[in-house]
Ligand binder design. Structure first.
Ligand code: HEC
Ligand code: HEC
Length: 376
């Protein structure tokens, strides 16, 4: 008894320590990235040359510790820069417990990643997969001196670097990498879907079913647009992208402080039936340490969503049909021990049974499919 409770305590302590290390690393990354970002901004250069080098870096597996993983491994261009895996794996093959999000229009999001409320600049975000070692998505830090001298100071990278930063005299350093990669991500922009053509006046761009789905999406009944608002279909987009919106749009939902709601519990889990979540699915709670934030995630943008299965932060829903079914039931509310569970107390009140008929569910799916760009 005593031994097992001691073991439990030790485990808890070690988990706490691991969490602490992760938290410290994320703070360190945040501040060092902020410095890097300010310097990178000062290096104002012609964007196209910078983006061109950023693109080459994006597809460069030698930027990882094992020489096998590039940004494009997890952000595949053919899948709207996502990966067809529930969650990505690091260089050791361990899960990072998060589904890889699209990078299209990512530059227009106000907050980045699935649940980090302080990560707001691409230059800061990019440090995480590229350099951090726990988990090491690319873990470049382990091989940086060699990569710098054997890859970046040699052809073709060195020429691209010189073209991108003509005023720099020294060799490329980490600031240049973050700056060029972020510039490339900024070029991944798309507002040319059938839905955009429809809003521009081409009434044939949407099928009758997709038009019906649009009505439902913006209706008080389904009320998807209270959370998925603006032209990126996410309350977590930058303000100017919330102001541009569909004429049918409803006002975005607000949080308890009266700010636009950017993170929400959409009824995926109620693990212990008391609002608990499975390990690694804490979401916003990891940063705020407030119990009511357990299982709250960034309201996902929905452009190109038909190209980016599986869905949700953990890829736990396989298809758009199942996503719509999830909302129609008022959330799946999955729990550890039983099949059917009640809702978590922190689940948002808009996630409630919708009573949609089959044709209505199909219409919503058709509408979601109309948000895909022709470019990607
Ligand atoms: C091992 C897989 C993997 C690799 C490699 C990877 N990413 Fe990611 N990326 C992810 C995952 C998973 C997330 C979500 C992280 C989270 O929520 O904590 C993400 C998030 C992002 C985001 C935030 C998008 C948004 O909408 O918030 C950007 C930008 C990004 N990655 C760019 C890059 C770049 C640039 C590289 C290369 C330097 C890269 N990623 C390498 C898996 C990866
Ligand atoms: C209370 C706010 C809220 C409402 C209302 C809402 N959603 Fe969501 N939605 C979210 C959040 C938060 C996520 C991300 C959750 C996660 O990953 O754990 C999400 C994720 C999604 C995704 C997955 C996106 C991806 O890339 O994985 C789709 C699709 C989606 N919602 C469609 C809808 C539709 C359709 C409706 C209306 C029936 C709707 N949502 C209503 C908050 C909301």
């Amino acid at each position: 008894m005593i031994r097992s409770s001691l073991a439990k305590n030790e485990k808890r302590e070690s988990l706490r320590a691991q969490k602490c290390v992760r938290w410290l690393l994320s703070i360190m990354a945040h501040f060092s990235a902020m410095i890097a970002f300010q310097n990178a901004e000062a290096l104002a250069q012609p964007p196209s040359k910078k983006a061109a080098w950023g693109k080459a870096l994006f597809f460069e597996p030698k930027l990882s510790a094992n020489g096998k993983i590039s940004c494009a491994t997890c952000h595949e261009p053919d899948r709207a820069f996502t990966e067809n895996k529930n969650s990505s794996t690091d260089i050791e093959g361990h899960s990072v417990h998060r589904n890889s999000p699209t990078l299209i229009n990512a530059a227009h999001m106000d907050v980045l990643t699935w649940s980090n409320p302080v990560l707001r600049k691409l230059e800061n975000q990019i440090i995480v997969p590229l350099f951090l070692d726990t988990p090491g998505e690319m873990a470049l830090v382990r091989v940086w001196p060699r990569v710098r001298s054997e890859l970046l100071e040699k052809s073709p990278h060195v020429e691209m670097y010189r073209a991108a930063f003509p005023e720099e005299k020294g060799p490329p350093d980490t600031r240049h990498l973050f700056s060029a990669l972020a510039e490339y991500v900024r070029t991944l922009e798309a507002f040319d879907s059938p839905y955009d053509r429809f809003l521009a006046g081409d009434h044939k761009a949407l099928s009758a079913q997709a038009k019906k789905g649009r009505q439902l999406f913006f209706s008080a009944r389904a009320n998807c647009s209270a959370c998925h608002s603006g032209v990126l279909f996410s309350n977590a987009a930058k303000k100017e992208f919330l102001e541009k919106k569909d004429p049918l749009a409803r006002s975005p939902a607000k949080d308890s402080q009266g700010n636009i709601l950017q993170f929400a519990h959409n009824g995926l889990y109620n693990w212990d039936e008391k609002g608990g979540v499975p390990e690694k699915h804490e979401g916003l709670y990891e940063f705020s340490l407030k119990l009511e934030d357990r299982g709250k995630f960034r309201i996902a943008p929905l452009r190109n969503v038909a190209r980016t299965p599986p869905y949700m932060h953990d890829g736990s829903i396989a298809s758009l049909e199942e996503v719509v079914e999830h909302y129609n039931r008022g959330g799946l509310n999955k729990c550890e021990k039983r099949k059917k569970c009640s809702s978590a107390p922190q689940k948002h009140s808009l996630i409630r049974p919708l009573g949609l008929e089959r044709a209505e569910k199909q219409a919503l799916v058709e509408f979601l499919k109309s948000l895909s760009s022709q470019r990607f």
